[in-house]
Design a protein. Sequence first.
Length: 292
Amino acid sequence: MRIDLHTHSTASDGTDTPAQLIRRAAVEGLDVVALTDHDTTRGHAEAIAALPSLDRDLTLVTGAELSCRLDGISMHMLAYLFDADEPELLRQRELVRDDRVPRAQGMVRKLQELGAPVTWEQVARIAGDGSVGRPHIAEALVELGLVSSVSDAFTPEWLGDGGRAYVAKHELDPFEAIRLVKAAGGVTVFAHPAAAKRGRIVPESAIAALASAGLDGIEVDHMDHEPATRARLRGLAGELGLLATGSSDYHGLRKTCVLGEFTTDPEVYGEITRRATGAFPVPGAGGPARTA
Ligand code: AMP
Ligand code: ZN
Ligand code: FE
Ligand code: FE
């Protein structure tokens, strides 16, 4: 079983449409894929609709990656199999997603002040109807020839955390996020908790506090964690009684990782599905499960 529990589509800052992502997941030989766009579930319907046309089995786990902040440190909370219509969580998701627009416009203004001829129209075209984020603005800078890749824009000079053109966005308290997701029947996994090259990370004491507040797991196997970091996080998960997941954090062309680059143990996946009551994984109605 190959299980990838963290991917992005054009509903946020990935480059595959939800349907393309589903087809690619099947081609890559995944058995389970989670769609976890930033602060939105808008891609779910298209992803579900793409499942019956597959020629092999693939199960979709519906989810989202919620933008949170703890003591001034941005962090991401993966949420799985919650009821997408539960009003309180829906409202909080929309507040975070909607604030991304004025925030991105603020970054465009800062870039203009720095002499970069980027426009909101350009960024809005790149983002389409996806939840707008820094990778879209980064792509505008690539188009203008100011940086050579999306990653190269995540620096103090441009859009990195606290960088010259950075603007913070509205983010959820992670304890509140855990409470809301649980109330909507979902399961929470702290995404890439030790991705130090992205910015400041929360201390292990905070992970322990989140665990006490009902956090279900931490993402251990992720491209932003060195092998030693993964080993340390796996130990921490064991100590705290947390599930340890692995995933690609696939973004299509906007990041170098490929689908299934890291995967989650089937037993851990089984536990996630047992804990969730807000939604069921959506089985593909395609061909028989691949046995190879
Ligand atoms: P935002 O949510 O708008 O603050 O943008 C943060 C998103 O940018 C993250 O969730 C990643 O998807 C992406 N990101 C962060 N660092 C990098 C990087 N170095 N290269 C490419 N994408 C990145
Ligand atoms: Zn992203
Ligand atoms: Fe993330
Ligand atoms: Fe992500």
